[in-house]
Design a binder for this molecule. Structure first.
Ligand code: NIG
Ligand code: FE
Length: 401
């Protein structure tokens, strides 16, 4: 296979360095002015400066800002429909829990998902992520709430766009037929675990919150999943501090996600156990709340932060990691450097993909994005219209329009 060289990246953000960032949130961003690189067989084979290139067929990237493809470590893309109806209720001041009790929330999406062409809707949802600059994403099921349907949704999650890592999330809400008896549903999904693993799910997740699932009720499920080789990612401490971070540490989770209400003790437990925090500021914004996770305290505790969109029709109808970075810098006081590291290399590490994704380094997959800017800080500085000008996955250009 022939090599293609790209020249004149006004600023080439390589994020080069050690590929596993366990134990820290990087404070720096490695860049090359007037950068260049070569792609061979879908991977970066050389990275340097344009003045080192002699190839007269090199493709001119016209001084674009070039970054690695963004990595979104927490999304819910397997759904149909929307929650526009309840958006009005939210604007009128109703809480997430009140909306759920009025017939909105996750169950409303479950009903709409049942009536849609799930392959088609999922593809549309995932295309939105990619068009905003994401080339690798984790995606969860969770709008089937039935073993058979949740397994089908694992299949639908694989639309062949970008690189995906699939997480099985039947424990997203208690299905109506098991209302008041979550343990009965948990028994059913334990039986479904081998099929979910065979279908390619890498992780399992559970929404641990009053009214959804308790730690006590999900423990047997998570232990069974671990035995089968699943990794664990958990929704915890989103709406209150219920000790979810400490639970994630105890059960050996790879990530604990949300953490808006996590205490200092919870943060310490995560640091001791090596659980990566996945912060989702767009869901705080989406719910019209103002309590963001305490990112600075997590960084001080030595945790490697991950930022993700939480793209879903309820709390976070947001597919843009640049918007997430923008929120993280303004509302959680991250530096633009910390924010960019958190949704590239750290996010890749949280998915076990630090060796392939998240930076522009020789041997890694040639996923890269051109942006109409000069400086990587602009990705977080502007908001509302930050979109790539060109995007490549494994060296192949993705049609953005
Ligand atoms: O991460 N909290 C649970 N799951 C999603 C919301 C899902 C929904 O409302 O449809 C979240 O915020
Ligand atoms: Fe979520």
């Amino acid at each position: 296979m022939s090599a293609t060289t790209y020249v004149h990246c006004g600023q080439l953000v390589t994020l080069a360095g050690p590929s596993v960032r366990a134990g820290e949130t990087l404070q720096e961003v490695t860049t090359i002015a007037d950068g260049a690189f070569t792609v061979e067989a879908g991977k970066f084979s050389w990275v340097g400066r344009s003045d080192e290139v002699t190839d007269s067929y090199a493709i001119n990237l016209q001084n674009a800002l070039v970054t690695p493809g963004l990595v979104d470590a927490h999304t819910h893309t397997v759904f149909g429909g929307d929650r526009v109806e309840e958006f009005g209720w939210r604007c009128a001041g109703k809480s997430y829990q009140e909306i759920a009790s009025l017939g909105g929330g996750i169950h409303s999406t479950v009903a709409q998902t049942r009536d849609c062409n799930i392959g088609h809707s999922t593809k549309q949802n995932q295309t939105r992520l990619v068009r905003a600059g994401t080339t690798t994403f984790e995606t969860k099921t969770g709008y089937g709430l039935d073993v058979e349907v949740e397994l089908e949704h694992l299949g639908a999650a694989n639309q062949g766009i970008g690189t995906i890592s699939r997480t099985w999330l039947p424990a997203h809400a208690i299905p109506k037929k098991h209302s008041g008896h979550p343990a009965n549903f948990i028994r059913e999904i334990i039986d479904g675990l081998p099929a979910a693993f065979a279908a390619g799910a890498e992780s399992v997740d559970a929404f641990i919150e009053p009214g959804y699932f308790s730690e006590a009720v999900v423990t047997s499920y998570l232990e069974a999943a671990k035995q089968l080789g699943f990794k664990i990612r958990l929704h915890v401490d989103q709406l209150g501090d219920h000790g979810g971070a400490a639970f994630a540490a105890e059960i050996g989770a790879t990530t604990a996600d949300h953490l808006e209400h996590t205490s200092e003790d919870g943060i310490r437990a995560m640091a001791d156990a090596g659980v990566m925090p996945v912060l989702l500021p767009a869901s705080v914004f989406g719910l019209g709340l103002n309590r963001y996770p305490n990112a600075r305290q997590m960084i001080e505790a030595g945790l490697p932060l991950v930022l993700a969109s939480d793209f879903n029709p309820g709390s976070s109808p947001c597919c843009s990691l640049p918007f997430v970075m923008s929120l993280a810098c303004r509302m959680m006081k991250l530096t633009p450097e910390e924010a960019l590291n958190s949704c590239t290399i750290n996010a890749a590490a949280s998915l076990g993909l630090a060796g392939q994704k998240g930076s522009i380094e020789v041997g890694k997959d040639a996923d890269f994005v051109c942006w109409p800017y000069k400086d990587y800080r602009e990705l977080a500085y502007w908001f509302g219209d930050v979109m790539p000008s060109r995007l490549f996955i494994a060296g192949k250009e993705f049609e953005l329009t």
